[in-house]
Design a protein around this ligand. Structure first.
Ligand code: ASP
Length: 584
């Protein structure tokens, strides 16, 4: 047998057993007559002891094995005299009787420890070494468990896992497609799926009733922090359902996943219309671990000769409870925060409610203290509180206040990684207007149905039409989103028209779906979860990168295999492609 045990399982009950272990040298220590090696594998770390007096030759050999050497050791399990409480195997050690070096290692470019000294780039380049580290091994084990529990749960509910193709034609999730040139068909390209959306709808037309797939999706988006050009979804679709059926099914999935992996029982899922989420939290994915809502103060604050407010279409604020003690410097920092281009406010007005009952603010001279207190009554500010007010155009200022609210949540430590506040955001608008082109875009995707009664708005006032769409949001993170679909040709046509698709274009791009609807399409709906993000959230982490074995960096590059890369001359020719000539 290559090994009798792994490095994480021996305990004092095994004392006296002869064992063989194999693994990596995490570190070794020479203490005069003794040499100790911490031997590591995926399961844990076990201490191996070499005694100069018992076997000098073996001890010398042990001293020559460097960090990350792969070795095989045999010996006897002994109770340790000084136990290590921090290690599950800390009560025992192996008294080495033989040592085999299976593979030497150069000194690794960074330490393989929980807190490594390696920078991000270096660790990406040597990802296979980074993946040896315990936090990453735990992340990937959690991801595995989540996938397993997803399959178990959905299987029990009668879902079938069905694979859909990767080499397809454009899909409509609103990002750019990655395309793959076809060698056999000159000047033609496949597109990689942004999601299996159309296929899963076709599977409903085919009568599969309940489908799911843990599936890779590809979106060629301008890279934002923590976006991956390829990512994984738990993609689901169901027939003969209403919104409520879908919400309940997937609320149960979320509950099951969190309880089976981290033993968290999720509280009740609130339902919140999109409009309310924007009004109160300035976000379509509100973090409800803390309250601190936005208060619209537009009518209250006008008419005191304070020009900034008198001229603003929208004035609103939040009550940062307990922050009246903020120094000038703190307040300047917050002002700088809201003035950053990503947040976009021109400035910020603060009002301090001092403990002695007085009020202090830069706008004192426009409003007397009492007047100010009255006008800000809505915010419920009490002595000790700090009210922060922004003004300007409504939409951008709602968003800015949403960001400011999150910033205050961070500062006040109200966003705890082990709290979970789930909700469904519902009743999204069907369409969004592109400010630059004036074009309508589907807020979800063009197969989303309007809520009952809003069908006629699609033509008359498309921007007022609400969609039968929903997002699952936990702790300010959009975990999943979906909708009840259109299942008749007429409504589908109307939506394509609103989106300014000509009949021809619609026919060319989605003709097969429109055709399929001719042959008996059941009412259906579904959802897709961002699996990488779900794993990160479950672990209480912000970044999805540690939950993907081989991720790309923020510029969309794989630093380890060095991709994207150019291709051989013959490949260019075979594909009848030409490199762009920089000379021209
Ligand atoms: N295909 C959608 C997405 O990827 C999800 C859905 O509507 O089921 O966001």
């Amino acid at each position: 047998m290559f090994r009798t045990n792994n490095c994480g399982e021996l305990r004092s009950r095994n004392t006296g057993e002869k064992v063989t272990l194999a693994g990596w040298v995490k570190r070794s220590r020479n203490l005069g007559g003794m040499t100790f090696i911490d031997l590591r594998d995926r399961y844990g770390v076990t201490q191996i002891a070499f005694n100069m007096e018992v076997n000098a030759e073996l001890c010398e050999k042990a001293r020559k094995t460097g960090r990350e050497f792969v070795i095989q050791v045999s010996g006897e399990v002994m109770e340790r005299s000084s136990k290590n409480k921090d290690l599950p195997t800390g009560d025992i050690e192996i008294k080495a009787e033989s040592l085999e070096i299976l593979s030497a290692s150069e000194t690794p470019p960074f330490t393989i420890e929980n807190d490594t000294d390696g920078g991000e780039e270096l660790r990406m380049k040597y990802r296979y070494l980074d993946l040896r580290r315990d936090p990453l091994q735990r992340s990937l084990a959690l991801r595995h468990k989540l996938a397993l529990e997803t399959r178990k749960f959905l299987d029990e509910q009668g879902f079938l896992e069905i694979e859909t193709p990767y080499l397809i034609k454009s899909t409509p999730e609103g990002a750019r497609d990655f395309v793959v040139p076809s060698r056999m068909h000159e000047n033609q390209f496949y597109a990689l799926p942004q999601s299996p959306q159309i296929f899963k709808q076709l599977l409903m037309v085919s009568g599969y009733d309940k489908y799911f797939q843990i599936v890779r999706c590809f979106r060629d988006e301008d890279l934002r922090a923590d976006r991956q050009p390829e990512f994984t979804q738990i993609d689901c679709e169901m027939s003969f359902v209403e919104r409520e059926d879908v919400l309940q099914t997937f609320e149960k999935l979320a509950r099951h996943l969190l309880s089976s992996t981290i033993e968290v029982e999720l509280p009740e899922f609130k339902r919140m219309p999109y409009a309310e989420a924007m009004e109160k939290y300035g976000s379509d994915k509100p973090d409800l671990r803390f309250n601190m809502p936005i208060h619209d103060l537009t009518s209250e604050m006008k008419g005191a000769d304070f020009k900034v407010f008198d001229n603003a279409p929208y004035i609103a604020g939040i009550n940062a409870s307990g922050c009246a003690g903020y120094s000038r410097k703190d307040l300047d920092k917050l002002t700088d925060f809201v003035k950053r281009p990503q947040i976009g406010a021109k400035g910020m007005v603060w009002v301090k409610y001092n403990e002695d009952g007085s009020i202090k603010s830069a706008i004192d001279k426009f409003y007397g203290q009492d007047d100010l207190r009255e006008r800000l009554a809505k915010t419920n500010a009490q002595p000790g509180d700090l009210v922060l007010i922004l003004s300007g155009d409504k939409k951008p200022m709602q968003k800015a206040l949403g960001e400011l609210r999150l910033e205050m949540g961070n500062r006040l430590n109200l966003r705890k990684p082990d709290d979970f506040a789930p909700l469904w955001v519902v009743d999204f608008p069907m369409f969004e207007r592109d400010d630059e082109t004036g074009q309508l875009h589907a807020m979800h995707h063009p197969f989303t149905s309007p809520v009952a009664g809003h069908e006629s708005l699609l033509r008359s006032e498309p921007e007022k039409a609400l969609a039968n769409a929903y997002d699952m949001v936990i702790n300010g993170v959009e975990i999943g989103g979906g909708s009840i679909r259109i299942h008749d040709r007429d409504t589908q046509k109307t939506v394509f028209e609103a989106l300014n698709f000509t009949d021809d274009e619609a026919q060319k791009q989605f003709g097969f779906l429109m055709d399929a609807f001719k042959y008996g399409a059941p009412p259906h709906g579904g959802i897709a979860f961002g699996f990488d993000r779900l794993a990160a959230l479950t672990a209480g982490k912000d970044s999805i990168r540690d939950f993907i074995a081989f991720p790309k960096n923020n510029a969309g590059r794989d630093l380890m295999i060095d991709s994207p890369a150019t291709i051989a001359h013959e490949q260019w020719n075979e594909l009848r492609l030409k490199p762009i000539d920089d000379e021209k």
